[in-house]
Design a protein around this ligand. Structure first.
Ligand code: ADP
Length: 244
């Protein structure tokens, strides 16, 4: 499909855990080129939305990306539809180099058996994305020796070489230094130019600096949506989340 269909469209997404409604009939559209922040109090359902559209928890309703239904598919099928996700703790292979991690990630998109193939020379794609993620000088360092910030960039790089066009990032700047936050924001801005990016975040300064748009969740429902300005001036958002 063309770029016109490169957006995420969620309709009537509903997730229950033993009768407890974690996400309630939620509608959410995030366009191509958008850097969308998902914010709200603990337990609002932010992570559950990401879990549902990546196939980790069962959900009803609809969630399409590039016109493909994501619900009801297995996590590895969803990856192949161009959906990439990071977790709060970086899940890189610590004993392998930065380059090897990227090469494995690239192979995973193609065939699962490539996971165990000994990687040869890096592809142009891997070299390019390594540069985008500020990791070229660290190519041959063991991933486990990288500082926290660079591990997160490596994880983002692994999604980029897999050709992910919907990036779902869970608190990407948690535990980062101010310089790392700034560089991460620039990286994500760049990524979002020709992708769809959703960031679950508690760092409001980071959100103010980099968000194109914001969705505020509360008790599994959308409380407000709009620009940073819009949500900062929304009385209910201030009362429930930003105030205090
Ligand atoms: P957030 O990411 O906004 O902090 P979550 O999506 O993690 O919120 O959680 C939303 C609600 O769903 C919380 O009340 C949480 O306890 C509940 N929840 C999340 N995952 C599960 C699960 N696997 N089993 C039972 N309850 C869950």
């Amino acid at each position: 499909g063309g770029k016109w269909s490169d957006y995420l469209e969620i309709r009537g997404l509903h997730v229950e855990f033993d009768g407890f409604v974690a996400v309630k009939n939620l509608d959410l559209t995030v366009m191509h080129g958008d850097l969308r922040f998902l914010i709200g109090p603990n337990g609002a359902g932010k992570t559950t939305i990401i879990d549902a559209i990546t196939g980790l928890v069962p959900a009803t309703g609809s969630a399409t990306f590039r016109g493909e239904q994501l619900l009801g598919r297995k996590p590895n099928e969803i990856v192949k539809l161009g959906v990439g996700r990071t977790f709060q703790t970086a899940s890189v292979v610590e004993e392998l180099s930065v380059l090897e991690n990227l090469q494995i990630a690239e192979g995973f998109r193609r065939k699962t058996r490539d996971l165990f193939r000994k990687p040869g020379a890096p592809s142009q794609n891997v070299e390019y994305m390594m540069d985008v993620c500020n990791l070229t000088e660290d190519a041959h360092k063991m991933a486990g020796t990288l500082p926290h910030g660079k591990k997160q960039w490596l994880e983002i790089g692994m999604l980029l070489v897999q050709d992910a066009h919907l990036l779902l990032l869970d608190e990407p700047v948690a535990g980062m230094t101010p310089a790392e936050r700034e560089a991460t924001g620039q990286l994500l801005k760049r990524c979002s130019k020709n992708r769809t990016v959703i960031i679950v975040e508690h760092d409001m300064d980071f959100m103010r600096q980099f968000a194109d748009s914001v969705t505020v969740l509360n008790q599994g429902e959308i409380l407000a949506e709009g620009s940073v300005e819009d949500i900062q001036h929304n009385d209910e958002v201030v009362r429930i989340y930003l105030g205090g």
